[in-house]
Write a protein that binds this ligand. Structure first.
Ligand code: C2E
Ligand code: MG
Ligand code: MG
Length: 574
């Protein structure tokens, strides 16, 4: 690959900081207006006579004056809007008038042009005053703009500069890689040798990176920036393949790993590098930052050596899991886990009870789905605390509803296998029931069928203990796992919950309907009641009624609702 000239970090930075806010088109418009004004000024000044506007005669020389004023306003606007370039353009235009004025006044002795001459002189003074008095302000503004895109410690461009440059490249359909770099163990230098040494290390790293970017030693073009603390960013362009990108990153890695000597002490720095590629991974600015950061965090998780990793979707999933885990921990600490209740009905639309479903809100107030946070909670061992919280709230709800309405309802609570297997599970449940003086037969525990395969022996023991307390047991999402009928037969459950996926398919063909009918009949043979989940239409309700289903839970008759609304539903139910 042939080496292309490098832009140079400083040059790009200057270009970013000096971004002109007033569009170029305005400059052209002002020039055109000026040219028209000048043309009309000359035409009217050379043609004696008068123009009649609405019956009023206007002398041509007066008209020339009006157009001359228009031209001068254009020059003043140029000086105001386009600083140095505007001033010098104005200057050139005014000087360009001098020969015409000379010919008019001196050669042709047309003294009517004298006011025009003084006018031009006044404009010249005006734009010079504007230029000089604005220079201080403009210099100050410029230094502010430079500061906005520069990192004050290292003098490198900052993250904002990076995003400005990327926005520019994205607009032009550019092809580039964004690399996030994080120094390893930088904190320990700060802690043991002090912040001054830490700062010097950061500056030395910055100067090595800058030298590489400016000196065209790599095969690609790079722009380097410091984003925060010990993190840097690289924008790599002009590459042919991913190998070129990794080669360039390798050059930065090698430059960084050379000994750094500060006050006679040697430091050996390493770093992790995460990157993503535009347009392959994304063409959205925010995504590119997220993806390269995600790749960086992923590579950091796996140790402290220097490594390079490209973004993949897996990286983001694991990033998102970490984020969700943090949110679950915060919600548990702040007691922000709550629940909604989804009604369950018999086939004649009589309320049977509710399923309690955990809820959690994001920082912006939107809901995070349990489909997202329950699997993370299961993996991180936090699910027991969520389950227990929902269990406590559900028992509290039952106690309140029974006290207020005297009605007999069942509330189902989801319990993860992990929680069920905990040693003190039964004691915890008993304690909560006793605290609220609620009899166990108002509560149903929902367990997924996977438990029958994974931990059959111990699970059976637990479920028998629950049954002995008088609690009901439901097998959730039935049909989605691989449990055998013999397991099902030996499991002391009360209710089979047919998963939504089977209910959805019922309308497609007769065999899917037969399949649901078969599950129902197996359930009945084993002396279990059967409830269909995710029922969304009356048509489905009617089919389920025909094939002998016992209960329905679904949006057709009720979405999950807050406990206050559920309480009202019980009070109003027959
Ligand atoms: P699940 O136990 O099978 O709960 C039923 C899910 O189906 C609920 O979703 C419910 O809102 C949804 N659903 C019910 N009817 C319809 C319908 O007609 N149409 C559609 N589109 N959806 C319907 P949700 O609340 O998002 O819960 C998802 C899963 O999260 C639950 O599935 C359960 O496995 C788990 N989960 C929820 N709360 C808890 C909890 O407190 N502990 C544990 N361990 N898991 C929980
Ligand atoms: Mg459930
Ligand atoms: Mg379910």
């Amino acid at each position: 690959m042939t080496k292309r000239p490098n832009n140079g970090v400083d040059k790009t930075l200057r270009r970013l900081s000096l971004k002109q806010e007033t569009p170029k088109s305005m400059f052209i418009i002002l020039l055109i207006l000026y040219a028209m004004g000048t043309f009309l000024t000359i035409t009217y000044s050379r043609t004696p006579g008068e123009l009649v506007v609405s019956g009023i005669p206007i002398d041509n020389s007066a008209m020339a004056g009006v157009f001359a004023m228009l031209s001068n306003i254009c020059i003043i606007c140029l000086a105001l809007l386009y600083r140095r370039i505007g001033y010098f353009t104005g200057l050139i235009l005014l000087i360009g008038n001098v020969p015409t004025m000379y010919v008019n006044i001196i050669v042709r002795q047309n003294y009517r042009s004298i006011p025009g001459f003084f006018n031009s002189m006044l404009v010249l003074i005006a734009i010079t005053v504007i230029f000089l008095s604005n220079r201080k302000i403009l210099n100050y503004q410029e230094s502010l703009r430079v500061q906005a895109v520069t990192d004050s410690l290292t003098g490198l461009p900052n993250r904002f500069a990076c995003s400005e440059l990327m926005t520019d490249m994205l607009r032009r359909g550019g092809k580039f890689a964004l690399v996030s770099i994080d120094l390893n163990n930088f904190k320990s230098i700060n802690d043991t040798m002090g912040h001054d040494t830490g700062d010097m290390v950061l500056k030395e790293v910055a100067s090595r990176f800058k030298e590489l970017a400016n000196n065209a030693t790599t095969e690609t073009t790079e722009f380097v920036a410091r984003s925060t603390g010990d993190e840097y960013m690289l924008i790599i362009s002009d590459y042919d393949s991913e190998e070129d990108i990794e080669e360039t990153i390798g050059a930065y890695k090698a430059a960084l790993e050379k000994k750094i000597t500060i006050d006679d002490c040697d430091y050996f720095m390493t770093a992790c590098f995460g990157y993503c590629i535009c347009p392959e991974d994304s063409t959205v600015l925010e995504n590119l930052f997220t993806f390269s950061d995600a790749a960086l965090h992923e590579v950091k998780k796996t140790g402290t050596g220097s490594r390079i990793l490209r973004y993949t979707e897996d990286v983001l999933n694991s990033e998102r899991s970490l984020e969700i885990e943090r949110k679950i921990r915060a919600a548990l600490a702040d007691d922000k886990i709550f629940y909604h209740l989804q009604p369950q009905y018999n086939m004649n639309h009589k309320l049977r009870g509710f399923e309690a479903l955990a809820r959690m809100k994001d920082d912006d107030g939107s809901f995070i789905s349990p489909v997202d946070f329950i699997p993370v909670a299961e993996k991180t061992g936090l699910v027991d605390r969520i389950d227990m919280k929902v269990f406590e709230l559900a028992v509290e709800f039952v106690a309140k509803v029974i006290a207020e309405t005297g009605k007999d309802i069942t509330v189902s609570v989801n319990v993860s296998v992990r929680h069920l297997m905990k040693n003190n599970f039964i004691e915890d449940i008993r304690r909560v029931l006793d605290e609220h003086n609620v009899s166990a037969d108002h509560i149903e525990i929902e367990i997924t069928e996977s438990i029958m395969i994974d931990s059959a022996e111990k699970a059976l023991e637990r479920i028998e203990q629950l049954k002995a307390m008088g609690m009901k047991v439901a097998i959730d999402d039935f049909g989605t796992g691989y449990s055998s009928l013999s397991y099902l037969n030996s499991f002391p459950s009360d209710l089979l919950k047919i998963d939504k996926s089977f209910i959805d398919k019922m309308s497609l063909n007769d065999s899917s309907r037969q399949y649901v009918a078969m599950i129902i009949s197996i359930g009945h043979t084993l002396d279990l009641k059967v409830i269909s989940e995710g029922v969304e239409s009356l048509e489905q309700v009617n089919v389920l009624k025909d094939i002998g289903c016992d209960y329905v839970q679904g949006f057709v008759w009720g979405k999950p609702i807050p406990p206050e609304e559920a309480g009202k539903l019980v009070a109003e139910s027959a």
